[in-house]
Write a protein that binds this ligand. Structure first.
Ligand SMILES: N[C@@H](CCC(=O)N[C@@H](CS)C(=O)NCC(=O)O)C(=O)O
Length: 215
């Protein structure tokens, strides 16, 4: 049995953060497929009762612990492994600041926007798409500015803040309908630096459920 189990599915950028971290630290882990699109297991009373009361993926299982919220999972794994760990109180708080900003404003908009574009039927009102795009462009610009003249969010060393930011940033351009890297060149360069970290893998190669069965 693997040391860690991760409830996840390939299309989830929230789960990708945890899967990527596990791979980057060289953990012994295996994915547990969450059938999000088919059976919507995350919405069942069983899942909410036994796996995660919040009804979300990812969930990390380690011994008796079941952890949800990717930011918590990243913190746990960084503390256990000593890798990608912010150093000292100030860096720790700075990492948390970017993780929360990312969860709410960056990947927190990118994920639902991509979901609306690709999987919601009937298609959402164009005004909703336009609202999301506006927020996404503005918030990616904030991250882009932060990365100008820095290799990683906190400076010269990658930390869990960068792994959180990776969430939806490696999925195919067609799923978003615009090229994040072209509009935000410092993010494009940062992505190349993340891609060469030992253990990096694309979300579709790391988690089960891609390609999705045709309905
Ligand atoms: N802030 C959470 C977000 C988790 C989340 O929203 N996960 C999605 C999948 S990508 C989910 O499970 N949504 C539940 C649903 O839509 O039923 C985290 O970072 O882990």
């Amino acid at each position: 049995m693997a040391e860690y189990e991760l409830y996840c599915f390939a299309q989830s950028g929230n789960a990708y953060r945890a899967a990527l971290m596990l791979n980057l630290i060289g953990a012994d882990w295996k994915p547990v497929f969450v059938d999000f699109f088919g059976k919507a297991v995350q919405r069942t009373p069983e899942y909410r009762g036994e796996i995660n009361e919040m009804g979300e993926a990812p969930v990390l299982v380690h011994g008796d612990k079941k952890l949800s919220q990717s930011g918590v999972i990243l913190t746990y794994l960084a503390r256990r492994s000593g890798k990608y760990l912010p150093r000292g109180e100030d860096e720790g708080l700075e990492a948390l600041r970017w993780i929360i900003f990312d969860n709410q404003k960056v990947n927190g908009f990118l994920g639902p926007y991509r979901f609306l574009r690709n999987w919601v039927k009937p298609a959402a009102n164009p005004a909703i798409h336009a609202f999301f795009r506006g927020r996404i462009d503005g918030n990616l610009a904030i991250v882009n500015k932060r990365l100008e003249g820095r290799n990683f969010l906190l400076g010269e060393r990658p930390t869990i803040a960068d792994i959180s930011l990776a969430g939806y940033l490696f999925y195919p351009i067609e799923e978003f309908g615009f090229d994040i890297g072209k509009d935000h060149p410092a993010i494009a360069e940062w992505r190349e630096r993340i891609k060469v970290l030992p253990g990096w893998a694309h979300p579709y190669d790391l988690m089960p459920g891609h390609p999705m069965p045709q309905t």
